[in-house]
Design a protein. Sequence first.
Length: 389
Amino acid sequence: MIRLLIYTLIVLAGAIVGPKLVENKGYLLLAIGDYTIETSVVAAVVMLLVGFALLQLLEWLLVKGMQGIGLTWSLPRRWRLRSSRKFTLQGALALAEENWSLAQKAMSKGAGAGELPLVNYLAAARAAHHQGDAEQTEAFLKQAEALPGSDAAVNIARIRYLIQDGELASARQCLEALPASLRARPTVLKLAHELYQRQQDWDAISRIAPALTKHKVLPQEQLQALPVEIERGALQACPTLEAVQERWQQLPRRTRKLDSIALAYIEALIRFQQATEARKMLMAQLTKSAPQALLLEVLPLCSEDAGESLIHQLQRHYAAPESAEYYDCLANLSRQIRQYREAKKYQRKAIELAPTRYRYSQLAELQEQLGEHSGALESYRKLLDRQLA
């Protein structure tokens, strides 16, 4: 609207001034050195306007020419960028389809002139790792490492691949080389937990347990069970009997009452040939209402020559519990003291409560021991029953 108003004013000014200039053309004399130019004012104004228009046209041509040259220079780069996008898309689709060979080739080709070469190299490393090519995986990680801002992503990927390849010592070295701020990230904490678990380093897991809980790195059930898992694992990993007993004494009384912790201690005592102490501990841990299946399973391992006494104690404490594991335990104890008929009776009772292939196989062995070959054959036939666990 404003532009239209300006044009209108110019036309009106021309309409007013034009006739005046035609009537009074005026005279203009321009002398430069030995040269003189004589013309009317109107002609001079017209020449100025034409000259200004020519300058504007020349400027426009120069700008367009420069733009054309710039476009020509940028064409190869545009082609490379377009090609990179094509390879990156192809690689992403191959990753989704788990076509690792194609993904590796496409992602590596798309990295050269790509917009996000770091993503391409990391994806290519992942594809190479899935193919079991550790050397190529490391090569892609090194290429990614050379890019700015890649340290965190590359180090996390390298640690993950080392753990998956079983290179636990190298993974631990890389993990400990990370700055503290990076080690506090949830992703790194999860990798650290997995690494320490595989190394059976329960003290290290204990150190990161508060951070695991704070950041909710693991599922809630796992976090709740973590303190027990740590103590149980630490007891199992103790290299000597003295270390086991020292660790046990350091535990709070409430923790020592937990069946899983007590079982780990009992198993450690059995491992160091302390059967009497293990047996005493186990019998004290059994509840009065119903025996715990996990403890009953271990009892025959520490019975030594006390099998008959243990059977009497169990029968005295528990009249007729509805527990297949209880009768399994009695059957195993009876076997140890060569009371095969009693063992067969208890094994049948366990089968009545919870028939399984394993229990039928145990019964068949007892029947063979007693010379009951037809009964043993029938028990072995039960092993073919697919409905049994």
